[in-house]
Design a protein around this ligand. Structure first.
Ligand code: ATP
Length: 246
């Protein structure tokens, strides 16, 4: 069967504050039903790439100055972030982007606000089947839950918008290895059982290449290597420069 391309980023350049060139021609594709990893060290441009796709650069004084971004074959550059969510593309930001003063459940419910359709409580139950910890903590104020629970809450909230593609920024950040495994395991389940496609930005190459199908490696705003995850894992340069580190 032919795999469909959902997202196609074609040779984009991104400039911050009119002068700082951060992406110097990045191209990548996200296949429907796949987990695509965007790898690279601190400051390589992973977050910037995700924000370019979800149209979140504007508030950071960043701008796509060259190239194109297409989703399902349609140009999506310049749409507002809410319009991207309507098209099924949602970003889960790096760090703990839950509303601290709301409960876990209230946070999840805020994720459904763009929708007009469907049964929100059934979707809430579905989120709880993937994240039983969130169910246990549903009445807790999000600010008092652990880092791992907040990461789960952020993913759960994104799920409430019924996304086709989740742009997931650095889910492993600041978490103990066991929790990283748990979260990646859930990402894999969501991919396999719900058909959610992922573009996953990660510094933790080791973990990301175990769960992803395809990977791109960014260095200083350029893609320096890409390939099926299994091939990247065996590549001597990847082993030396990336897998040794994490
Ligand atoms: P990290 O894992 O640290 O988030 P990253 O690969 O996601 O790294 P980016 O956050 O995209 O990298 O940053 C790429 C470069 O762009 C860095 O040099 C960073 O300092 C710069 N940068 C990011 N945001 C801005 C901004 N709002 N204004 C100016 N420069 C920025």
């Amino acid at each position: 069967a032919k795999t469909e391309t959902l997202l196609e980023v074609n040779n984009i350049e991104v400039i911050y504050n009119h002068v700082i060139l951060v992406l110097k021609g990045v191209s990548l594709k996200v296949a429907q039903g796949g987990i695509t990893a965007l790898l690279g060290g601190n400051g390589a441009g992973k977050t910037t790439t995700l924000k370019a796709v979800s149209n979140l650069l504007h508030s950071e004084r960043g701008e796509v100055t060259k190239g194109s971004i297409q989703y399902r074959g349609e140009r999506v550059q310049g749409l507002d972030p809410a319009a991207m969510v309507k098209r099924g593309v949602i970003q889960v930001m790096e760090g703990r982007h839950c509303f601290e003063h709301l409960t876990v459940e209230e946070n999840l419910l805020t994720g459904a606000y763009t929708r007009r359709d469907g049964n929100v409580s059934a979707d809430l139950d579905k989120v709880y089947t993937y994240f039983p910890r969130l169910k246990e903590r549903r009445k807790s104020q999000a600010g008092y839950t652990s880092g791992g629970e907040q990461q789960m809450c952020a993913i759960g909230r994104a799920l409430m918008s019924k996304p086709e593609t989740i742009l997931l920024d650095e889910p492993s950040m600041g978490l103990a290895p066991q929790l990283v495994e748990e979260i990646f395991g859930i990402v894999k389940d969501l991919n396999e059982r719900e058909g959610v496609s992922f573009l996953l930005a990660e510094q933790n190459t080791n973990v990301a290449l175990r769960f992803a199908h395809y990977g791109y490696i960014l260095e200083s705003g350029r893609v320096v290597m890409d390939g099926p995850a299994a091939e990247l894992r065996e590549n001597p340069d990847v082993k030396e420069f990336y897998l040794g580190m994490s």
